[in-house]
Design a protein around this ligand. Structure first.
Ligand code: PLP
Length: 381
């Protein structure tokens, strides 16, 4: 039974994607990146599934996200790497959350919090290698590593890892960043640090740049079964898209040639025909930029969205096809079922598949299909 609006997340697809990526990448460790509510898929169910399927680390942007995983009963290692300037690292340290540190200031904050608690913080340095976002700046590497070595000797912290992030600007730029990162790894060893987690690659480099794999890869988009590349889709990569966004036809109407549809009458019916109203809009993460450019699946056929996508709804032209109130509408899912993909929507909206799934709104309930459970509704044509 399809809900009015719903995002169905196939946890079996997530488990299969983890298993497949572990096999093809082959690093000793694999971090499942579950920031931003697991790219809209639901942080806790995705985290549990990824761990059961062989991921051994979880990655999130901020400490709050990590604490929510702990509160949900997750006891696997977690790394958080983007911090409020006034962050209290104490809560993270007492919950055994690894801190990704990008500056001497954050290093001192971590050491202070550990001293206050009487505990040893586990930290990983993020090194700046080209992206120019966060990360310790190369001229500061030696000083920051020396400071950290002192804190290690004092028992305040342990430097467990070194990491960075790639621009994907070009193979040459990424190879350049790998070289810079390796210089940082050597400098840390010279300072007496002994990190055993060395990680640089997210999904794209994990798949295409073996030199960036080191001891761990951080897999986000691939976990969800989506491709980070323009020239290879999920299927080419052996991945299964996990999220299906769907709803039910809320109204049907027959209009005469010339009838306008939705705000601004961007589209007028070229001939007499049937329209179906779908109750999802930009409040639900359906991008308004895709107005007139995307398509949906109803009853085994693909039909175009016409006119402006509004906050709560959009209109589909189904021509002479009979569609009924209550029929299932699939906005995107696994293209193997005939449905459009999240990437099709991204292309229609001028963005990337990451943004399409991550922005699915709070009004859309998530439901979960457990590994081994069959699809309950026919989206295949
Ligand atoms: C989001 C993120 C990832 C995951 O990237 P994907 O392209 O989704 O695999 C990895 N590392 C860092 C630092 C990130 O911010």
């Amino acid at each position: 039974m399809t809900g009015f609006r719903e995002a169905v997340v196939d946890l079996g697809a997530i488990a299969a994607n983890v298993a497949h990526l572990r096999t093809v990448i082959g690093t000793p460790h694999l971090m499942a990146v579950v920031k931003a509510n697991a790219y809209g898929h639901g942080a806790l169910p995705v985290a549990r599934t990824a761990l059961a399927a062989g991921a051994d680390w979880l990655g999130v942007a901020d400490v709050e996200e990590a604490l929510q995983l702990r509160a949900g009963g997750i006891d696997a290692p977690i790394l958080a790497w983007l911090h409020d300037p006034d962050v209290d690292f104490g809560a993270a340290i007492s919950q055994d959350i690894d801190l990704g540190l990008s500056s001497a200031r954050q290093l001192r904050q971590a050491a202070d919090a550990a001293a206050t608690l009487g505990r040893t913080a586990s930290v990983q340095f993020k090194l700046e290698t080209g992206l120019n976002r966060n990360g310790v700046h190369e001229p500061d590497w030696a000083d920051v590593f020396a400071l950290a070595a002192g804190f290690e000797r004092a028992g305040l912290l342990r430097v467990r890892g070194l990491f960075s992030h790639l621009s994907n600007a070009s193979p040459a730029d990424d190879t350049d960043a790998v070289g810079r990162f390796e210089r940082g790894v050597r400098l840390a060893a010279d300072a007496g640090l002994t990190p055993n987690l060395i990680h640089l690659a997210s999904t794209a480099a994990a798949l295409r740049l073996p030199a960036a794999r080191f001891s761990m890869v951080r897999i986000g988009i691939g976990l969800y079964g989506l491709s980070p590349f323009d020239d290879q889709d999920s299927h080419d990569l052996g991945l299964v898209p996990a999220m299906t966004l769907r709803g039910r036809v809320a109204a049907v109407r027959r209009v005469a040639a010339g009838a306008g549809v939705s705000y601004d009458y961007l589209w007028r019916a070229p001939e007499d025909g049937n329209l179906a109203l779908v109750p999802l809009g930009y409040a639900d993460g359906v991008p308004r930029q895709a107005s007139g450019a995307a398509a949906v699946r109803i009853g085994g056929r693909t039909h175009p969205i016409v006119g402006r996508i509004a906050m709560d709804q959009f209109v589909v032209s189904v021509g002479q096809v009979d569609v009924a109130v209550g029929d299932e509408v699939v906005l995107f899912g696994d293209p193997a079922t005939g449905a459009p993909s999240a990437t099709d929507w991204a292309d229609a909206a001028g963005t990337i598949n990451y943004e399409i799934v991550t922005r699915i709104g709070h009004r859309v309930p998530r439901s979960y299909r457990q590994p081994g459970e069959a699809a309950q509704s026919g989206t295949e044509g």
